[in-house]
Ligand binder design. Structure first.
Ligand code: ADP
Ligand code: ADP
Length: 225
């Protein structure tokens, strides 16, 4: 069975159809991209998987289980927010710990996970700094650490690298691939940048106007006539 199955999903906002009878399977440990122009429904699809929106029609299965009505915090998904959503008054380690405190994990467990995450994103020496004292790339890594600390099975990234300059974007792409591989997680990323999708993904769903026009590996897209 696929890890994630979108089954005949339609999402309407009033009379407007943002996603139209869309079906898609994503497998465990895939680095999967939704690629397409602004407004084609990528974020809407991701938000339905995260549980922030419910489909108008169709259903989403996770490991074969229908997850409709399951609230976001009970889903094995976590959406990484852009780095500007970090708490500016909190240190890096407090930012990473915040969601874990909300989940009422023990102090020891929180401390262990924060250390593990700081190591993973190579920010051990910056634990006591605040976001304003970090570079853009470092802030991005804190946002990533904060999401991963909750140990999701599926990490959702909505245009994660959009705010970074080209060089930093390329570096961060490889860091993301490395981390995904190390942790053995499923990554679902939304992007309008074809080059980025081609670099990071195992497979890509190309979307347009609420439908998928192609699902392919980067190699298949290169070889297309
Ligand atoms: P993308 O992520 O591909 O840029 P979105 O999924 O954000 O596209 O949006 C798809 C379409 O649905 C857009 O036309 C957008 O304006 C519309 N849309 C998204 N959310 C809402 C909403 N809450 N209410 C009305 N329209 C929405
Ligand atoms: P992004 O650029 O990341 O796709 P947007 O600015 O399109 O984000 O959307 C931000 C929020 O506003 C989302 O929650 C989305 O559902 C909502 N939204 C987007 N388009 C509309 C719309 N036309 N009407 C109402 N809400 C919308």
């Amino acid at each position: 069975t696929p890890f994630i199955r979108f089954e005949n999903i339609t999402k309407k906002y009033g009379n407007f159809t943002a996603v139209s009878n869309l079906s898609l399977d994503i497998y465990e440990r895939e680095f999967f991209s939704l690629l397409g122009p602004s407004g084609c429904g990528k974020t809407t699809l991701m938000r339905m998987l995260a549980g922030f929106e419910e489909p108008t029609e169709g259903r989403i299965l996770l490991q074969g289980q229908d997850i409709s009505g399951v609230p976001p915090y009970r889903r094995p998904t976590n959406m990484m927010f852009q780095s500007y959503a970090l708490f500016p008054h909190m240190t890096v380690e407090k930012n990473i710990a915040f969601g874990l405190e909300q989940d009422r994990l023990s102090k020891g467990e929180i401390e262990a996970r924060v250390q593990e995450m700081l190591k993973l994103v190579k920010l051990e020496e910056f634990a006591r700094r605040k976001p304003g004292q970090l570079s853009g790339g470092q802030r991005q890594r804190v946002a990533l650490a904060r999401s991963l600390a909750k140990r999701p099975k599926v990490l959702l990234l909505d245009e994660p690298l959009g705010a970074l300059d080209r060089k930093l974007r390329e570096e961060t792409q490889f860091e993301l691939m490395d981390i995904q591989h190390t942790l053995g997680l499923t990554f679902l990323i939304v992007t309008h940048d074809q080059e980025e999708a081609m670099t990071v993904s195992d497979r890509i769903a190309v979307m347009d106007k609420g439908v998928i026009v192609q699902v392919a590996t980067p190699a298949e897209i290169y070889e297309a006539p």
